[in-house]
Design a protein around this ligand. Sequence first.
Ligand SMILES: [Ca+2]
Length: 311
Amino acid sequence: MASGKRPLTLIRLLLLLLLLMVSLFFGCGRISAQTFTVDPSAEATSTGILAQPGQVFFVQASGRVNLASTDGPYTTGPDGTILEVPASGLGGDWFFTNNAAPVGVAPVVGQRKYVDYHLTQGFADGLPYGALIACFSSLPNPTSGSDFTGFAVVGVSGTVTAPQSGGYLFFSANDAPNRSDNTGSFTVQVSRSVLLGQSSVELVLADDMIRFPRASSVSMTVIFRNVGDRILSANTLVSGLTVLWDGVPYTINPSRLGKNRGYLVPRKSLRYRLMAADYLIPNSVLTNGRHTIQIQEGLASSEQLTIFIGL
Ligand SMILES: [Ca+2]
């Protein structure tokens, strides 16, 4: 009986080896995810991960933070979308109306307000209050805001790319100047990838349509251009695509990945119809009006296009 088990173990070993080789060949081997809890009362949460230059991380986040527990609430999700606002007349209402961009506009559920260094020294300038921010530092234990670089909104799901200087990966809930009244937390799941070298794929976002009658009809033609030397799985390309909707990253809803799209060989391109409805973009930001859309894959990124919904 024992002699019958040995070939089986060998086959398993060979299968594992084959799986490893395939994942290395396609350059998309994701390492198992690590989970972190981001406390908004701390300036930044260390992951201890030292990123290589240009390394790509897949990030998924959940939870909510309250940036004004004593005179608010001002509660947001990971993309900075406001979930609860302070009652009119409270200190929090005054602060976010007058010290967060756009100035003079009271915070509204479903909208975002942004850190503006001209108004108050926030953590990540130009990015939403309460948003989960990824950033990097050359120091394992940075002591001031100027020790960080490469600030990017993570949102509920997306990719984070390390700067060319590499560095330690940190997360933060964007706020200033008072963190002592912050409560709640974000749970962040990070998986690393060696996805695609710098010049292996180029992205084109191209479409004649500028105006769409409704959010559910927003779609764009994406062209993947394989300018590298590796054969690429089209499904991997589509699943690794990040849509920047008004600058905030969203990935595809895994249930919409659909059929096997085959392979993209070097020196060829592939067209893919991107439907906004297939991505994890919350309805609260798919509003009527003017929006920007851009796509990213690893280090590659497309032009930013402007579209209109309903106007
Ligand atoms: Ca606060």
